[in-house]
Write a protein that binds this ligand. Structure first.
Ligand code: NAD
Ligand code: MG
Length: 397
């Protein structure tokens, strides 16, 4: 029986994780669930999965959860405040930690799990975008096991040679005969939208992804393809490679989830339904396999299977993120922070869809050369870049 902590259990990945765990009560038990503010959903999850702990960032929400759980006769202990997330992630009883908080807020609790040498299932890509080098160093130092959940990175991981899966961070990919990592992306909901209409795109249109059902922030990132840019940076750190080793390919059907090209001419791809419960089940069971609730892929129903190159004018955020990746950790921390601010402002209808790029580009221009090494420096730059992005929005949007 392995004890699982889900950081961000009320989100899209959190709920998909519970849906996989539900099928395997003989293998896993839920040790702790965490959420920011959503009391109702967390209450229902606690009653169903009976974790030892439930941790909430919002103290008032935690108090309300505590009262309701007591009334229902639940034994789950409620913890409150931002530190309580790191506490449950690092608890000695925890074996597996699913890092599924959205944004920079996920960094500290995820690092807390890494520092205790846990098996960390990483969905929270922003953590690696901000702190890639430091994060991977800590994984090695504390002998944590890091398994990618992001569908592209999970697909690449599945296509890697076994030796690299065991220690994917230590040697350059060329030494395993790999020539390229091919990161696929659907192109999002605006793959064929007239560029002249981009200014008028609404939040509802942007979050309506054609293939995947996800949280609001990553859905907007998929529409701008900033998501693929963040994934580019994520891949650079997860697989210890250079920006030149990674290529982005648009594959609108989202059936191939990414590929690995080898020096002998072979290309290995991982295929499946666009359903996160497949990578989640893969990582939970690794190195074994176990059933997930995902329906099998049917080749009888598959029609088109196409590939194109991402257009710079349509997806400027993708190229911005790749440029940031070439600059280094300061640049990627800054654009990640700016992008979180810009996406939140767009979702609140304070800025236009096309302003997201303007905010991000201004941030890169300002912080491209900034050097950050320590966690404190990263967190300080994250805050500063947020303030500058907010200032840019007030002045220029
Ligand atoms: P979501 O918005 O649906 O859920 C986010 C979760 O994080 C919620 O449980 C919320 O309570 C918690 N949270 C939000 N802000 C917080 C804060 N400040 N402090 C603590 N907890 C907080 O997001 P999601 O779509 O599940 O995505 C989660 C992460 O997984 C993101 O980093 C995303 O990029 C990544 N990811 C998601 C998908 C997907 O299909 N949804 C796919 C690949 C990667
Ligand atoms: Mg992805």
């Amino acid at each position: 029986m392995r004890n699982v902590v889900i950081l961000g259990s009320t989100g899209s990945i959190g709920m998909s994780t519970l849906s996989v765990l539900e099928q395997h009560p003989d293998k896993y038990q839920v040790f702790a669930l965490t959420a920011a503010t959503q009391t109702d959903k967390l209450l229902q999850q606690c009653l169903e999965f009976k974790p030892r702990y439930a941790a909430m960032v919002d103290v008032t929400a935690a108090q309300s959860l505590k009262v309701q759980l007591q009334q229902a006769g639940s034994k789950t202990e409620v913890l409150a405040g931002v530190e309580s997330l790191s506490y449950v992630a690092a608890a000695s009883e925890a074996d597996i930690v699913m890092a599924a908080i959205v944004g920079a807020a996920g960094l500290l609790p995820t690092l807390a799990a890494v520092e205790q040498g846990k098996t960390v299932l990483l969905a929270n890509k922003e953590a690696l975008v901000m702190s890639g080098e430091l994060f991977i160093n800590k994984v090695q130092q504390h002998k944590a096991t890091l398994l990618p959940i992001d569908s592209e990175h999970n697909a690449i991981f599945q296509c890697l040679p076994a030796a690299m899966q065991q220690q994917s961070h230590s040697q350059a990919i060329a030494s395993y005969g790999i020539s390229k990592l091919l990161l696929t992306g659907s192109g999002g909901p605006f793959l064929t939208t007239n560029l002249a209409d981009f200014d008028q795109i609404t939040p509802n249109q942007a979050v309506a992804h054609p293939n995947w059902s996800m949280g609001a922030k990553i859905s907007v990132d998929s529409a701008t393809m900033m998501n693929k840019g963040l994934e580019f940076i994520e891949a650079r750190w997860l697989f210890n490679c250079q920006p030149d080793d990674i290529e982005v390919v648009i594959h609108p059907q989202s059936i191939i989830h990414s590929m690995v090209q080898y020096s002998d001419g072979s290309v290995l791809a991982q295929l499946g339904q666009p359903d996160m419960r497949t990578p989640i089940a893969h990582a939970l069971a690794f190195p074994e396999r176990m059933a997930s609730p995902v329906s099998p892929l049917s080749f009888k129903q598959m029609r088109d299977f196409t590939f194109t190159q991402p257009d710079r004018a349509r997806y400027p955020n993708l190229y911005l993120a790749i440029t940031a990746c070439q600059y280094g950790q300061g640049a990627t921390t800054a654009i990640n922070a700016a992008n979180e601010v810009a996406v939140a402002a767009f979702l609140k209808q304070q800025i236009r869809f096309t302003d997201i790029y303007r905010v991000n580009a201004a941030s890169l221009e300002q912080f491209a050369q900034t050097k950050v090494c320590t966690l404190d420096e990263i967190l300080q730059l994250d805050q500063l870049a947020r303030q500058k992005a907010e200032h840019f929005i007030r002045k220029h949007c």
